[in-house]
Every structure is written in structure tokens, then in C-alpha cells.
Design a protein around this ligand. Sequence first.
Ligand code: NAP
Length: 243
Amino acid sequence: MNKVAIVTGGGRGIGAATSIMLSGQGYAVCVNYLKNKAAADAVATHIIEAGGRAMVFQADVSVESEVHSLFEATRKRLGKVTHLVNNAGILYTQSVFTDISAERFQKVLNANVMSAFLCSKAFINQAEGAGAIVNVSSAAARTGAPFEYIDYATSKGAMDSMTKGLALELADRSIRVNGVRPGFIHTDMHADGGEPGRVERLAPQIPLKRGGTPEEVAQAITWLLSDEASYVTGSFIDIAGGR
Ligand code: NAP
């Protein structure tokens, strides 16, 4: 089987680690990005220099026409898409609920849930035979992220519901759908949320007493996509140091 994966937001953080790890497992990888072309190019170069197959593609995955272009370009360059990682996501500055504007709430839901909806739909419409999707949710789906990002937590809760429902709808087509729920992982995302040192600050509250690495999340994503997880669908792996 020619394994072809799209990793949304594959240029940085968890997406970058996942793109590189999937390539090591024999996947051809489309590294999608929104703004940071240099980071996506660096991931693709890394893969190609190690003997793998990769391409980069700029697309805002919350916009249907751009998702269509992403899948079309990947099919032409690498082949039919067999695996999908819905990883792209954003959060804004830590705020209490009443300080979250309607505009921000809408933007977060678009970037985090609409993107997974559109990419999953595009994936299913072109899929032939078995395949797998992994949705990158968050421990925030369980905690609700009070006083920080209830908008973000809401988007991840919605993603978990979609994972469950879609897994059941697609089971008889042998397309598996699972989720990972990372906790505090060392990536740029916390700086976007207004506190670059957030993981270090919260480490003492984490049972394992440290933040996680993007590679530790990528390990779980790669396993869920693989045939080793052939009897796993509609499931979630918490990668949150015991939180
Ligand atoms: P990150 O380093 O900030 O990377 C986010 C990636 O998403 C970037 O590559 C960005 O593209 C891409 N992106 C954002 N909006 C996009 C859009 N509309 N279209 C296409 N790409 C888009 O974040 P990360 O920490 O690796 O997060 C990856 C996923 O893990 C997210 O879904 C996040 O919610 C989840 N997560 C992270 C943590 C954590 O502690 N870090 C915890 C739980 C869950 P550009 O590079 O072009 O900007």
C-alpha cells in the first residue's frame, strides 16, 4: 500500500514531529502550513534528505476551497491520501469567559473544528479501502480550561464528539478514527496564548512533574494511524503526564 498522509499544521510543534515520524514509517507526507513556509520547508527538507517523500502545501484548512486544493495537490504529487492527521489548531490569550469576544470564539471554532470537519470530509470522499484519521484534541476537552481558554476547550470537546461519531459511521468502511489529547507540550502554542513559560510554570502540578515533548505526542499519533492499531477506533489516548 502506498501510504500517503496529510498532516495539517505540519510545519511546527506536534505536526512537525508527526510528519517526520510518519516519514520514518514509510509514509509520503504532505506538510500543510498556514503562514510559516520556512518551518514547513525545513520539515520537508529534513524528510527528503533522510530519503523520504514529502511536499509542502499552503492552505487555510478552515476554508473549504483551500482544503479541496490541498487534497488535489497531494493526490497529484504523492498519490491518493490514505491517512489524515487533523492537527492544525490555535488559541488566543488567556482570558476569563466573559472577556472572550464572539469573534474570537468563532475564529477558534473555525480553526480547530471546522478544519477537522472539512479535512475529514475531503478525506472520506476520496478514500478507497482502509484508512485512518487521527484528531489532535486536548486535555482541555476534559478540564474545560477555566480562566484561560474555554473557547479552545469547547472546540476540542466538539472535536472529541466528532471523533466518536465519525468512527462509528466509518467502521464498516474500515476507516478508523481516533483522537489524542495532549496536556502541556513544549511548542510555540503557549507563546501565542500569551505565556511562553506556561509549561514550566505548571509542571509542578503535573503528576509526572514535566511538560511533554512533541515527539511523545507524535508517537501516539503514529501508532493510532498504523496497522498495529487495527482494532482501535473511536478511542482517545491522553498524553498529559497523568493529568
Ligand atoms: P503550534 O506549534 O502553534 O502549531 C500549530 C500549527 O497549526 C502551525 O503549524 C500552524 O501553521 C497550523 N495552523 C493553525 N491554523 C491553521 C489553519 N487555519 N490552516 C492550516 N494550518 C494552521 O501548536 P502545537 O502545540 O504543535 O499544536 C498542534 C495541535 O496540538 C493543536 O491542535 C493544539 O490545539 C494541540 N494541542 C497542543 C498542546 C500543547 O500544549 N502544545 C496541548 C494540547 C493540544 P503555521 O506554522 O503556518 O503558522
